[in-house]
Design a protein around this ligand. Structure first.
Ligand code: PLP
Length: 454
């Protein structure tokens, strides 16, 4: 158990300033936010000296774990030699990183750098529309994504997001974004059972593209597994089927690897688990293990090269001042190098299997409806009743998260996504987590769940 909070004078002063000057994410003002002061490996320390295992790696992003000196050094050395140069020209860390990203993707891609996942997706949307103009199909402007998925906070990436609670106060968003049901076997939106279905969840893309008029559809965007929307893992045949449908209609396939990339799925990129080749891949978070902001939009070479054809009007009219900053690129290269040298992607795969095995101790809990995992991430869907599958009330999740925190464990949830279904606890720990720490995670989670019957 964490020690009782005794508010030191220093902390009180910081909290006063926080209240006076800060605006936090996604919540009304919290009078007692956790003030983190340092972190090492998978553990974060707060200003009171309490230590917490960060079972969410921040926001699914500190992939290799906290406190890696080599990453700090890589950024420091780069800042000393070249702090900045715009990517209308070039610099060495960006050149090397773009080559490395292509190598990890296993195909020839050209890489546009930005700072955040949202921007990476915005960039992808603009590239997709302009690509179709180059191909003589300027009316292809629509994008199709899935309900429940999150793609970012900007007007386009939020429009692609399929989470009404996060959108409704900001609408109208960018026009041209359509949504279909997710591949959600636990609550199949098509009333089917996996094994005896016709993959209606993938087939629906065929129907929607056809009914919208294929000549109006630019691209489909999807994560390999819906992550923040509730860890909704598709059947293995889903992504290949969607790829086939996109090809049939000349629609591009954008894969959002913002969370699933950089080892989280147990492979370099999440889509590599399904054997598909995307047209555009967006990535952020784990590219630097979140030590510095950086994102990328990788575009298949044949598509990118259309933007370089002679005529003077073909190029991509898009600038990003900070995107691909030298220090962030140098740090990302070091991050990928560490993942390779230390076998952290294989480690993530092993940890994922271990975590799923260990989570079997909560399988019979009366409030656990479904446990889903994808690489080293898991979603635990809480219900009121296992037979009816009625989603658990939000206060149950708040209680479990609070009880975990009391025991030194930070976990997440799919908060404020779609009405009535914010009932999934999430885990996405750093790859620095040990087998003993996996035990700690599941044991604390079990104790916390058991308090629901107190
Ligand atoms: N795409 C996915 C799948 C995400 O989970 C997120 C953020 O959580 C984004 C895009 C947006 O990334 P950012 O917050 O860096 O803009």
């Amino acid at each position: 158990m964490q020690k009782e909070q005794t508010v030191s004078q220093e902390k009180q002063e910081l909290l006063d300033k926080d209240r006076a000057h800060m605006w936090h994410h996604m919540s009304p003002y919290n009078p007692n936010p956790m003030i983190a002061t340092e972190a090492k490996g998978s553990w974060v320390t707060d200003i009171d000296g309490n230590r917490y295992l960060d079972g969410m790696a921040g926001l699914w992003c500190v992939n290799i774990g906290y406190g890696r000196q080599e990453l700090a050094d890589a950024a420091y050395e780069q800042l000393k030699s070249l702090a900045y140069f715009p990517l209308s020209n070039s610099h060495v860390p960006a050149i090397e990183l773009s080559e490395k990203v292509s190598e990890w993707l296993g195909e020839e891609y050209r890489v546009f750098f930005s700072n955040s996942g949202s921007e990476a997706n915005e960039t992808a949307f603009k590239i997709a529309r302009q690509y179709h103009q180059h191909k003589g199909q300027p009316r292809r402007y629509k994008f199709i994504s899935r309900h429940r998925a999150y793609h970012g906070n900007t007007m386009g990436s939020l429009a692609a997001t399929g989470q009404s609670i996060r959108k409704q106060q900001y609408e109208p968003l960018a026009p041209g974004f359509l949504h279909v049901s997710p591949p959600y076997c636990y609550r199949c939106p098509f009333g089917k059972t996996y094994g005896s279905c016709n993959l209606e969840c993938a087939q629906v893309f065929d129907e929607v593209i056809n009914w919208e008029g294929a000549e109006s559809v630019a691209a489909v965007i999807m994560e390999p597994t819906i992550t923040g929307g509730g860890v909704i893992v598709p059947p293995p045949e889903y992504l290949p089927k969607v790829r086939e449908i996109c090809d049939k209609y000349g629609v591009l396939l954008i894969i959002d690897e913002v969370i699933c990339g950089f080892g989280r799925s147990g492979r370099k990129f999440g889509h590599q688990n399904f054997g598909v080749k995307p047209d555009i891949v967006t990535m952020a978070k784990g590219i630097t293990s979140a030590y510095l902001p950086l994102s990328a939009t990788a575009v298949r070479a044949e598509i990118a090269d259309l933007f370089n054809e002679p005529g003077g009007n073909q190029h991509f009219r898009h600038v990003n001042t900070f995107g691909g900053s030298p220090a962030a690129c140098a740090l990302a290269l070091k991050n990928m190098d560490i993942m390779e040298k230390e076998g952290l992607i294989e480690r993530s795969a092993e940890l994922g299997v271990l975590l799923r095995q260990k989570l079997s101790i909560i399988e019979d809990h009366p409030n656990v409806g479904d446990i889903r995992s994808f690489g080293f991430m898991a979603g635990i869907e809480l219900v009121e009743n296992r037979q009816t599958k009625e989603p658990a009330a939000p206060d149950k999740l708040t209680k479990v998260i609070g009880e975990c925190k009391k025991r030194g464990l930070i976990i997440g949830r799919n908060g404020e996504t779609v009405p009535g279904f914010n009932n999934i606890l999430t885990l996405s720990p750093p790859f620095s987590t040990t087998a003993e720490e996996v035990d700690f995670i599941v044991n604390m989670l079990k104790e916390a769940l058991d308090t629901l019957s107190d």
